[in-house]
Design a protein around this ligand. Sequence first.
Ligand code: UDP
Length: 489
Amino acid sequence: MSTSCREKVILFPFMAQGHLIPYLALALKIQSKFGYSVTILSTPLNIQKLQRSLPPSTSNINLVSLPYSSSDHNLPPNSENTDVLPYPLVINLLDSLHSLRPHLHKFISDLVTQNTPPLCIISDVFLGWTVEIAKEFEIFHSVFVTGGAYGTGIYYSIWLNQPQLQNESEEEFILPDFPQDLRIHRSQLANNVLQATGTDSWSMFYKRELSQTLTSDGFLFNTVEAFDQVGLTYFRSKLGHDSVWAVGPVSDYSLSLKSRASSGTSSDLCTQWLDNQQEKSVLYISFGSMNTISSTQMMELAIGLEKSGRNFIWVVRPPLGYEMNEEVRSEWLPDGFEERMKAKNRGLLVRKWATQLEILSHKATSVFLSHCGWNSILESLSFGVPIIGWPISADQYNNSKLLEEEIGVCVELARGNRNEIRREDVVRVIDLVMSNESKKGDEMRNKACEVKEMIENAIREEQGCKGSSVNGLEEFFAMALARKKRKMD
Ligand code: UDP
């Protein structure tokens, strides 16, 4: 066994699907590429969840539960993950994670006492307090950000400086530590930013945790150097060093598609429906795993879609104020909408969840109307599919800004789930992006193909030719190993 086989890497993700999945993907990558033993730490219910997602043949990935009970923290029983929490309670979950501190301390302390200290601790951006524990035991620490650098950088700039409070009379303002011409408009701010006072729970949480992460030894991002330069530069200059690596996308989408195809799950309804559509003719609509729009917005979207004459797959989730398990109701969609769309073979309404990777990789899919969650963006761009943006919360606003203003693969249709949207705008934007006669649409499609190539290049790993994301992860571990060696010398 080589020395590297004995190295241990500790991963500590935040408890949301959009974080757990990329952390698991990173774990699999570290294990298969470097042969290290990887331990993922989390709370008991999240560990059970991860256990179910672990590919059967995986070895050398240990899932370890740290003691935690949500009812000890003013949270409903068994709610250890954002999937099951209403948004206003997410801050309670975030705050409660400090209770894991003594358990992480003991876990690391035991490893050190047994003379098997980990090579590094890689933890989530919301767990800034882990840096202090790593420093105490002189272990290399890095943050792994599951989002993009641009969106996360804007988040840092806003929460650490709160420029929206200092420029109260201004609609648009400059973001500290970003280039002067990068301005943000109030309408591009998420609700918790707009409602922040500087001493509210979100402000207190972010100021404390984000400042602590800035003392980490490095930052890994689930992004690609070639299209996320502005954000990566923000972090490099903020940290005052270059230990900032773009290593994404960490998920291997083609492998996931292959393994799902071999298990038969890819021949689902959506794929069958898409098989009967013309090439590049279908609009795919989804707002991710947590977000939803209002019933009025849903109605306008449906009317606009029908008027646009374009074919579509729409993942329908109950609108704001309705329970997740409710059946489609007459207040949500126009009379007979679903039946008409079905009869004309115009549109497919899928309930709550669709096989997104299969849809985005299908040759019939042309454009994605998305809430701009970072995973959805990486998936869409990996298949060269341009985006119509409708950000709803958190970093989605900044992601949509990156895609539209910096990269040019997106047009924003709407923002938030409380604003008015108009059917005419739905028709106009769909036409702008999907019509073969549209210059803008053409530009976006071409740009999306360029970005697809950037992603392919970043993850390329052939003899003598390694992409930036491959090099990024190798450099990261070289630095961690060098640090460990210096400590032992
Ligand atoms: N997803 C899916 N089917 C759906 C909705 C979402 O497979 O109907 C997957 C999607 O492929 C992505 C993840 O769920 O990997 C959503 O992550 P993202 O960061 O885009 O948004 P979030 O759900 O975290 O807001």
